[in-house]
Ligand binder design. Sequence first.
Ligand SMILES: [Zn+2]
Length: 252
Amino acid sequence: MAQQVEVLWLGHATFRITSTTGKVIVIDPFLKRNPRAPAKYKDLKALGKVDMILVTHGHSDHVSDLAELAKMSGATVVINFELGFNLIALGMLDGSKTIAMNKGGAAAPLGPGIKVHMVPAEHSSSFDLVSIKPEATGVRYIQGGVPVGYVIELENGFRIYHTGDTDVFGDMAFIGKFHKLDLALVCIGGHFTMDPERAAYAMRELIRPKQVIPMHYGTYPVVNRTPAEFKAALGNTPIKVLDVKPGEALKF
Ligand SMILES: [Zn+2]
């Protein structure tokens, strides 16, 4: 039997996806200071080998372990253009292993079997200089380009959409139209992103995936909405909600 796709949620927006041929993709590495990451993953080595890292935007709760993980693993980093080149300029990313692109673009650095599409998100993006230089004065947040999400096509045709941080927006309909999505990793926490009601609208009316893993909730008091509220807001639809716990891996 061919190997299955494995999706491991590590709390907040951080996921590790292992493809059917064993390629490992990490999205938004935030582990050491992530209150919901299982203790063993505070040591980045617990992730094992990593072939590619996808970055949705520059906020600390999405990139705080990016530089260390990229260096340690030698993984290719896919990131938006301005954030990518700013992090290269700051010495945090290796330019030869960074694919700095923009919405509408696609890359296949792991070979033709796995394709990553950069898609829009409705949020903000900046990088906090204080996170690397606590004594930084003057400008604190530098240009982090635009926030994005990703559609990942795996070797066996399985397609995963990671929303990044986003509100619901009408053009999500294009993402749902262009890609038949098997699984969506969807922010539901509110305050910084969609809340369960807006996320339910996005999934039911615009994205229409087969299955959803809710994320970006329960990390801090301000993102306190729940998968149960998301399920209730979805109502009667064929979309399956997979309410996983951080550290739990699902196979598809
Ligand atoms: Zn954010």
